[in-house]
Design a protein around this ligand. Structure first.
Ligand code: HEC
Ligand SMILES: [Cu+2]
Length: 328
C-alpha cells in the first residue's frame, strides 16, 4: 500500500514511505495510521461545519430565529460524543506510537554487526568491525548492510552537528560532537538506497549524502573481505605513473591508500575507492572523467569543500585517475 505512493513521489530510494528496514516499516505504519485517524477527524469536522453553514443559510432565507437553545440536550449529547471520539483517537495514536517505539528499541538486545560512522564536513567516514579479527576496516561514503541482520551504527562527529539518516531503513539520529549516539539498522529488502545528512552543517550540507547497499549475507561478506585487503597494485604503466604522482604530491597527507605511502587521515580512505558508486559523498557518479575533474578542481564541483585544488597537467590527471579507478 505504501510503496506505490512513495513511487508517485518519485523518491523511492530515499523515502520513509518505501520501507526497506524493520525500523522504517514500523515508522511508516505509524505514519499511515496517523494519516488515517487524523484524516477521519478532519473529514468529520468538515462535514459538521458544512451542515452548520447550510442550516444557517437556510434559516437566513426563511428569516427564522436561531434554533439553538442554551440547554439544548441534543447539542450536549453531540459534544459528549465528540469528546469521546477525540479521546479514543488520541489513545489509539499514543498507544501505536509507544508500541512502534518499543519495537524499534528491541533491536538493541540483538547481537549485531558493529559499524562506526563519523560525520565530517562534508563526507562520511565508515568503519566496520571485522567479525573475525576484531580489527576496524575503513571506507567512506558507502554503507553496505547484510539483509535480515541488525547492524549497530555508533555515530561520532569530527566537527559540527550532522544527522545520519537512511529514510528507507530507519529513523534519523543526530551526530553530535563529543557524544556517541547509537542507531540500529535491520534491513529487510535488498537494493540500493540513499542516505543523507539531515542537519544543516555548512555550505555543502546538501552534498553530504551516501550510498547504501543492502545485499545478501554472502555478497556482504565478499565485499567486507575485499575492503579489508590492502590496495590493488597498479594495473598498467599509466596507473603506475599515477601512483608515483600521487605519492610525490600532497594527496597522501590527507588520504590513506593501504599498502602505499599514503597514510593521511583528513580525507576519505581511498584503498578501495573504485568499488564505490559515487564520488565526494554522492556528488558525482563514479567515472574516470569525474575523478579527474574532482582532483583538479574540487572547489568548482563542491565549493567550500575541505579538499584543495591540485594543479596537474592533463596527462598527469589522466594517470592519477587511471590509478584511482583501478582501486577495486
Ligand atoms: C588537505 C587535505 C587533502 C588533500 C591534500 C587532498 N585531498 Fe582529496 N579529499 C579531501 C577531503 C576532505 C575529501 C572529501 C571532500 C568532500 O567530499 O567534501 C577528499 C575527497 C577526495 C576524493 C573523493 C573520495 C570519495 O570517497 O568520494 C578523491 C578521489 C580524492 N580526494 C583524491 C585526492 C587526490 C588524488 C589528491 C592529490 C592530488 C587529494 N585528494 C588531495 C582532502 C584532501
Ligand atoms: Cu552534515
Amino acid at each position: 500500500m505504501a510503496i506505490p505512493l512513495a513511487g508517485l513521489a518519485g523518491c523511492g530510494v530515499q523515502s520513509p514511505l518505501a520501507p526497506a528496514g524493520e525500523q522504517a516499516r514500523g515508522i511508516a505504519s505509524l505514519f499511515w495510521l496517523m494519516i488515517g485517524v487524523c484524516g477521519l477527524m478532519y473529514l468529520l469536522v468538515l462535514v459538521f461545519l458544512s451542515l452548520g453553514l447550510w442550516r444557517s443559510w437556510r434559516r437566513g432565507r426563511q428569516n427564522a430565529e436561531p434554533a439553538v437553545m442554551p440547554a439544548d440536550r441534543g447539542l450536549n449529547r453531540t459534544l459528549l460524543v465528540w469528546v469521546v471520539l477525540v479521546v479514543i483517537g488520541l489513545t489509539v495514536l499514543i498507544t501505536a506510537s509507544f508500541l512502534v517505539d518499543r519495537g524499534i528499541g528491541q533491536a538493541r538486545a540483538r547481537k549485531a554487526l558493529e559499524v562506526r560512522v563519523t560525520g565530517h564536513q562534508w563526507w562520511w567516514r565508515i568503519q566496520y568491525r571485522d567479525p573475525g579479527t576484531g580489527a576496524w576496516i575503513e571506507t567512506a561514503n558507502e554503507l553496505h548492510l547484510p539483509v535480515g541482520q541488525t547492524t549497530r551504527v555508533t555515530l561520532a562527529s569530527a566537527d559540527v552537528v550532522h544527522s545520519f539518516w537512511v529514510p528507507n531503513v530507519a529513523q534519523k539520529l543526530d551526530v553530535v560532537p563529543g557524544l556517541r549516539n547509537v542507531v540500529d539498522l535491520t534491513p529487510i529488502r535488498i537494493g540500493w538506497f540513499r542516505g543523507q545528512c539531515a542537519e544543516f552543517c555548512g555550505v555543502q550540507h546538501a552534498h553530504m549524502a551516501f550510498d547504501v547497499k543492502i545485499e545478501s549475507k554472502a555478497a556482504f561478506d565478499r565485499w567486507l573481505g575485499n575492503q579489508a585487503k590492502p590496495a590493488a597494485p597498479a594495473g598498467d604503466e599509466t596507473a603506475a605513473r599515477g601512483l608515483r604522482i600521487l605519492s610525490a604530491g600532497s594527496c597522501g597527507s590527507c588520504h590513506t591508500i593501504r599498502g602505499t605511502t599514503a597514510v593521511g587521515k583528513a580525507g576519505p580512505d581511498l584503498t578501495h575507492f573504485a568499488t564505490r558508486r559515487s564520488i565526494a559523498a554522492g556528488t558525482l557518479p563514479m567515472s574516470r572523467g569525474a575523478v579527474q575533474g574532482w582532483i583538479v578542481q574540487p572547489q568548482a564541483i563542491k565549493p567550500g569543500t575541505m579538499m584543495p585544488p591540485t594543479p596537474l597537467a592533463p596527462a598527469d590527471a589522466d594517470a592519477v585517475s587511471r590509478y584511482l579507478t583501478g582501486l577495486q
